[in-house]
Design a protein around this ligand. Structure first.
Ligand code: BTN
Length: 324
């Protein structure tokens, strides 16, 4: 209902009377008043003039369901969007509801108290700045194929960033989002599965959108960046989220329809790892070689100095030098 009021106010550039809103939406004027107040609390600036009615002056760039739906409506992804002003971690929320919630449910937060990165690291999650969201998937394939989900997520995020900001974002295998050599986003994929069936996957995505560089702690300053810092201007969070979800739906359908080759082609086009000399940290082992490509489940094909090919399905890559 709040969504309908916003839509109505957006469609009218001038004032609309409480009477008109109440008649069109079939609710009492008192109910309109109550909902307008709750919208104001969410950050919408709405003028209420006694004789003229309501006028939308400004809307927040807050990834609430009503706003996200105005820019993206999917068949699978985002049919259910759950928003938290603050939560521990959107991945935690999806891991809790994963069994019963519908596939495609998106949990998004304005800030996280315990944002988590890969390898147990912390993910910086202050309010009013970035995007933190997790998508619930229930793909009908075995756990050994799950890395394809990370590939399609990285492709979706990088292409959405390119489209919304014009920045030349690239992927570092498997799931770092890099701009000018620094990390602007990451993906944390968690899964509940038995040996041969995935029950559900929580695909957590964090993008440093409008965070100023000065807010990064000293140890991250030379490693991390945000879109705003590189673009030298703010990027609309709602538009970016809608764009990521649209790409995500496109590539998920492609994967479900057996079009993995198309995805791999797109991944290679957006990747910065292939053809480079890299080292990969796998648990407490580090191996080096030339990154030759990815196979169709998303594993990295590494050519060791001995000539032996090693297939890596998880690890942390450091690019050593360009071979291209
Ligand atoms: C990485 O280490 O690169 C992965 C970072 C993933 C961060 C996102 S933010 C939304 C979701 N919730 C979390 O706690 N983590 C992921």
């Amino acid at each position: 209902m709040k969504g309908q009021i916003i839509k109505f106010l957006k469609e009218h550039s001038g004032y609309v009377s409480g009477e008109e809103v109440s008649r069109t939406l079939g609710i009492t004027r008192a109910a309109v008043w109550k909902r307008i107040n709750s919208l104001k609390k969410q950050g919408y600036q709405i003028e209420a003039a006694p004789s003229k009615g309501y006028k939308l002056l400004n809307q927040p760039d807050m990834p609430i369901p009503e706003e996200v739906r105005a820019v993206f409506q999917g068949d699978i992804i985002g049919k259910e969007i759950i928003f938290y002003k603050v939560t521990t971690s959107t991945n935690d929320r999806v891991m809790e509801i994963g069994r019963d919630a519908a596939e495609g449910t998106v949990v998004v937060a304005d800030s996280q108290e315990h944002g988590r990165g890969r390898f147990g690291r912390e993910w910086l999650s202050p309010p009013n700045a970035n995007l933190y969201f997790t998508v619930l998937l229930k793909p009908p394939f075995p756990p050994k194929d799950a890395s394809v989900i990370t590939l399609m997520t990285a492709v979706s995020v990088v292409s959405a960033i390119r489209e919304c900001s014009g920045l030349n974002a690239v992927i570092k295998w498997p799931n770092d989002i890099i701009i000018k050599g620094r990390k602007a986003g990451g993906i944390l994929t968690e899964m509940k599965a038995d040996m041969d069936r995935i029950e559900f996957i929580a695909v957590g995505i964090g993008i440093n959108v409008n965070m100023p560089l000065s807010r990064f702690p000293a140890h991250l300053k030379h490693l991390a960046t945000s879109l705003k810092a590189d673009k030298k201007g703010a990027v609309n969070r709602v538009e970016l989220l809608g764009n990521v979800l649209a790409k995500f739906e496109h590539w998920y359908k492609a994967v479900l329809n057996g079009r993995r080759e198309d995805l791999i082609k797109e991944w290679v086009r957006l990747d910065s790892t292939i053809g480079k000399k890299v080292s990969v940290k796998i648990s407490d082992r580090v191996i080096s070689g030339i990154a030759e490509g990815v196979n169709n489940t998303g594993e990295l094909i590494l050519r060791l100095p001995s000539g032996v090919k090693e297939i890596v399905n998880a690890g942390e890559v450091t690019i050593l030098k360009s071979k291209k």
